[in-house]
Design a protein around this ligand. Structure first.
Ligand code: PAF
Length: 275
């Protein structure tokens, strides 16, 4: 496995096709599932690449950026064991010149859900992902559906800016008790960790309710606990991510929930109403 810290070293060619898994590290079984999907897409002779970079410009809270776990040596071991060919693990200074002045802005899909409560977050995500696409020039990149809004926004960026990369979605990987895998789970106390599976459980049960009000009310009732605070809970159109979806279209019940300083997100698809 080749590990580079200087993005310029990526100019050295790797066997095509190259399939990228962009991450912020603290790799868990969910990331490793993305790596396996990348291998499937790259084939045995192609290149599976992983970026490990805690992107400072997508954090809206300094405390969250500071507390984000960075177990680089363990991450590299996991990548090696998973058969990754190439890892980029740069310092922030290597990615962003001090006088950087260009940012990628998405102006529609990023206005709801996480975008509404985390100002600038998706500008930072789009900017770093486009930079990673320019550095690696991947044929394809794999993104998890837990970050459904991120996936939709990256697809829109790729479409609108004609970025020549296939975006491969991957279903949310869950712990045995249903909690969506996330690097942030490591920061939960034992008590919070035991409480957090209520998010998925409640979204899943609520998605079977007949209308928007009933879904949101049932999900709220199930999620709320003395240990958490709901940041948002919404039913949105699965394509436009706008609230109040047409009952005939695919929708998504999505939530962000704080346990102390730790913010967890999850979502549940809602099938279109019959007829
Ligand atoms: O999903 C993530 O881990 C990050 O938002 C990403 C896509 C690696 C960009 O920093």
């Amino acid at each position: 496995m080749r590990v580079v810290t200087d993005p310029a070293e990526l100019r050295q060619a790797s066997p095509p096709p190259l399939v990228l898994v962009p991450t912020m590290g603290a790799l868990h079984a969910g990331h490793l599932a993305l790596v396996r999907r990348a291998r499937e897409a790259a084939g045995p002779d192609g290149t599976v690449a992983v970026s490990i970079f805690v992107n400072p410009i997508q954090f809206d809270r300094a405390a969250d950026l500071e507390a984000y776990p960075r177990p680089l040596e363990a991450d590299l071991d996991r990548c090696r064991e998973a058969g990754v060919d190439l890892v980029l693990a740069p310092q922030a200074g290597a990615m962003y010149p001090p006088d950087r002045s260009v940012t990628v802005l998405e102006t529609s899909l990023s206005k709801t859900l996480c975008g509404a409560t985390r100002p600038g977050h998706f500008d930072g995500v789009c900017t770093v992902v486009l930079k990673l696409f320019n550095l690696f020039r991947p044929a394809a990149a794999v993104f998890g559906e837990k970050d459904f809004q991120q996936l939709a926004i990256i697809r829109r960026m790729v479409r609108d800016l004609d970025v020549p990369v296939d975006i491969i979605p991957f279903p949310t990987v869950r712990e045995a008790d249903g909690l969506a895998m996330s690097s942030r789970n490591l920061r939960l106390s034992q008590e919070q960790r035991a409480d957090a599976p209520r998010i998925h459980r409640s979204l899943r049960h609520a998605a079977g309710r007949p209308d928007r009000e009933a879904m949101v009310a049932a999900a709220r009732e199930g999620i709320e606990s003395p240990l958490n605070r709901i940041d948002y809970l919404e039913l949105v159109d699965a394509e436009t991510l706008q609230p109040h979806p047409d009952p005939g279209r695919r929708a998504l019940l999505a939530a962000a929930v704080f346990y102390g300083e730790v913010r967890l997100i999850d979502n549940q698809p809602v099938a279109p109403a019959a007829g």
